[in-house]
Design a binder for this molecule. Structure first.
Ligand code: AOF
Ligand code: ZN
Length: 373
């Protein structure tokens, strides 16, 4: 292998880890309850580094990324470096642990990003590698990996999904207009970005106010990604959702959960259940749905990330309870005016503890994203 200074090697390691992280996004949202992990097998025979194997956690969560990358590399894995976005697993599932598979394939060096909080792994994966004499470098681009795998990490550690609050604001900071139905705030390009966000989430959640006002379908409408719509969840204390809504109409293709309180009308509930709607029994406090318990239930259903799409009251409730992990704001060019519904937050009033991750533009619209460590 070519001799490199430590600084050169670190630059190279970061570059390949960045590539492994990009690769891992391929199956994001389709591996639940497993995270979508990326693996690159890279060898250097003196002429420069060469990728000889690539793998992403398969749709459904198995096989793991390492299995696929090692299969592609074959004998070329011997003496190579493996870049893994998550600590390789140490437990026996349907296949032997990935850490052992890396050892058996003769991998000489493993570069990892995030550690795996799964109690069956949690340090054991790296320990297997160390014990076999494999060189291990941990925490390369760990912040980027944690951001990308936030859903998996939060669900593992907090037993609830990652909550992503998404709001679309007009130029004067409004998110809609009372009684006006769905108001167009952002353009087509931003709308497509929202579809992509839905495709990568396990659930998309709204309040009954928005469901009645907008009659949204909350699906992914992008060519090739039509079957990537996540489960829809409506907070509907009193069970007011009509059977004629677009949400109910799509129930055969995409699950719809209604979170209602015990005192909701049993006849309405029975009618919706007949239509295929699933109910999540929720606790209440002071008449409102208890959000922490609801999130626990969603995590138990396997959801690692939930996109909260409105309206103002729901957004405020999640923010007030400190249950938001990520904030995404789109802002359009046109004002809505005095009759508009004010957004609970705007780019200049982000709650303490969040740090800005990125600023972008989608067509005419601006976009900004913040996360909480
Ligand atoms: C890896 N590579 O690509 C992924 C890992 O049910 P199982 O057997 O698939 O195990 C699930 C656990 O595997 C999950 O909680 C996490 O610890 C790990 N995910 N590990 O080595 C991968 N996706
Ligand atoms: Zn594994």
């Amino acid at each position: 292998m070519a001799r490199r200074s430590q600084a050169e090697q670190e630059v190279l390691d970061r570059r390949f880890m960045a590539a492994a992280l990009r690769l891992s996004r391929k199956n994001a949202g389709r591996t639940s309850t497993n995270p979508s992990v990326g693996t690159l097998i890279v060898r250097d025979d003196g002429t420069g580094p060469m990728i000889v194997g690539t793998g992403v956690t398969a749709v459904g969560g198995r096989p793991h990324a390492e299995t696929e990358a090692l299969a592609e590399a074959g004998e070329l894995a011997r003496g190579a470096t493996a870049y893994v976005t998550l600590e390789p697993c140490a437990h026996h599932g349907r296949t032997p642990p990935c850490a052992s598979a890396l050892v058996n394939a003769g991998v000489a060096r493993v570069v990892g990003a995030a550690s795996d909080p799964d109690p069956r792994v949690s340090g054991n994966g790296y320990a297997i590698l160390h014990a076999a004499g494999v060189e291990v470098v941990e925490k390369v681009l760990v912040a980027e990996a944690a951001e990308q795998m936030a859903g998996y990490l939060i669900r593992s550690l907090k037993k609830r999904p990652e909550v992503i609050l998404k709001l679309a604001l007009s130029s004067d900071g409004k998110i809609g207009m009372e009684g006006a139905g769905q108001v167009s705030i952002t353009g087509d390009i931003a709308r497509r970005e929202v579809y992509l966000m839905r495709a990568e989430a396990d659930g998309v959640l709204i309040g009954i106010g928005t469901a009645l006002e907008d009659d949204p379908a909350l699906t992914v409408r992008l060519p090739g990604l039509e079957n990537r719509s996540p489960a829809r969840i409506v907070l509907d204390r009193q069970i007011r959702l009509p059977e004629t809504s677009k949400l109910v109409a799509g129930v055969d293709r995409v699950p719809l959960y209604v979170a209602a309180c015990a005192e909701g009308d049993p006849h309405r509930r029975a009618a919706l259940e007949r239509a295929g709607v699933r109910f999540i029994g929720t606790e209440t406090y002071e008449g409102d749905i208890a959000l922490p318990e609801l999130l626990e239930d969603l995590a138990a259903l396997g959801m690692a990330s939930v996109l909260v799409e409105g309206g103002a009251k729901v957004a405020k409730a999640f923010l007030t309870e400190g249950l938001v992990d990520r904030i995404v704001l789109f802002q359009g060019q046109e004002p809505i005016g005095k009759r508009g519904i004010a957004s609970p937050i705007d780019a200049n009033h982000i709650p303490a503890g969040f740090r800005k991750l990125r600023d972008m533009r989608f067509g005419e619209d601006s976009y900004a994203e913040w996360i909480r460590p």
